[in-house]
Write a protein that binds this ligand. Structure first.
Ligand code: MG
Length: 384
């Protein structure tokens, strides 16, 4: 679709002529966060001739080293368990695409949604939540460790992109969105709708792909899961629409239905309410009682599914063992780095002086991929 007047995608265009702003005026609902309304960046930068501020944020995150390392970090299942299942990177990509689909349907700002989604897990340490718990214990007396907080440290302090200052110089909206992940009520009002949406897309995504991975790995069976209302509905749907399914196809069809149903339901539930509320700006939406969330019935079914995944999958004996071994490795390495800070690569020595050795040890470990961590552990303790 082309705007009625043809804005020029060149530097120096006035806000009225700006292509990105014109495009958003045509496509976004009044309650979306518009690029023109951004509170900007800590360090002033000229506007880009054809990319809006949130597109630039997305690209900065996509090109960061922390983002690339997500490919070597586990989501739930480790590399030893095969190569079918999700990594932290493919999880992130699934969240981004699902969130954009919902965002486009609700006429929210897709560029902001994508930036938030790509950023949401960049602070994850090796070994998923098990790794996070171990690192948190290591610096319990110094404020602990959280992957959501560490994502901000990466974005503001650790990534190198500009000569004159550290970090990625992201917009206030993306940084505030990530801050909400640490404490939803920190700002004293609801987050932007785009931020709420990415949160909803995150759970939509992992409920579906953890089901898929757990079935594929044989940790649970369709039979076992068929007692759950969410899965039961999917099975009925698949059986109504297909015949003579082999096990692999059945699993995939169930998972596709899980995603499709959650996404469709979220869009229709939210679109209906947004129509009634008639918000005229993003600020109206933030100060209202409206929340992007699933309708009650589906929310209850998701809670039931998540409780099952927690008990039968995340706490599966095969994963508990891997989890304990990984936590042990991280704790041993933490102790060793604290004792011998000369083991940090030279470029980390300066930061160790600024933030202290224990925090530096945790940051260094948190940046590692699962494989790098295992190699570093073997080298450190001279294990074959
Ligand atoms: Mg996530």
């Amino acid at each position: 679709m082309k705007p009625s007047t043809t804005p020029s995608p060149i530097a120096g265009a006035t806000p009225e002529e700006n292509w990105v702003h014109q495009r958003e005026k045509m496509l976004l609902a009044p309650f979306a966060m518009f690029s023109a309304q951004s509170r900007g960046r800590q360090h002033l930068e000229a506007e880009h001739p054809y990319r809006g501020p949130f597109q630039r944020d997305r690209d900065r995150i996509l090109h960061s080293s922390a983002y690339r390392r997500l490919s070597g970090k586990m989501q739930v299942f480790t590399g030893e368990m095969g190569d079918y299942h999700r990594t932290r990177l493919t999880h992130t990509q699934e969240v981004a695409t699902i969130a954009r689909t919902i965002g486009r349907s609700l006429c929210l700002n897709e560029d902001l949604i994508e930036a938030l989604a790509l950023m949401h897990d960049i602070g994850h340490p090796p070994y998923g939540h098990a790794g996070e718990d171990a690192l948190n214990e290591c610096v319990q007396d110094e404020g602990g460790f959280s992957h959501n907080q560490f994502a901000l440290t990466i974005a503001n302090e650790l990534e190198v992109r500009f000569k004159d200052f550290p970090g990625l110089n992201l917009t206030q909206e993306v940084l505030a969105g990530q801050t909400c992940r640490i404490d939803k009520n920190a700002a004293g009002q609801r987050p932007l709708l785009e931020v709420q949406l990415v949160d909803a897309a995150d759970s939509t995504t992992y409920d579906a792909h953890d089901t898929d991975d757990a079935l594929k790995l044989g940790l649970v069976t369709i039979e076992q899961m068929s007692k759950l209302a969410m899965i039961q509905e999917s099975i009925h749907y698949v059986r109504r629409n297909y015949t003579a399914l082999d096990e692999d196809f059945m699993r995939q069809a169930i998972v596709h239905r899980l995603i499709e149903r959650q996404v469709t339901s979220l869009i229709s539930h939210c679109a209906g309410q947004l129509k009634d509320f008639q918000f005229e700006s993003y600020a109206d939406a933030m100060s209202s009682s409206f929340v992007i969330e699933h309708a009650d019935e589906l929310a209850q079914q998701k809670t039931e599914l998540e409780a099952f995944l927690y008990q039968k999958v995340y706490r599966h004996p095969a994963l508990i063992t891997i989890r304990q071994q990984a936590q042990g490795r991280l704790k041993e390495m933490f102790a060793q780095y604290c004792q011998k800070p000369e083991l940090f690569p030279p470029k980390y020595q300066l930061r160790a002086k600024e933030i202290g050795i224990p925090r530096m040890a945790v940051e260094y470990l948190a940046g590692m991929t699962d494989r790098f961590c295992e190699d570093a552990y073997r080298e450190m303790f001279d294990k074959a």
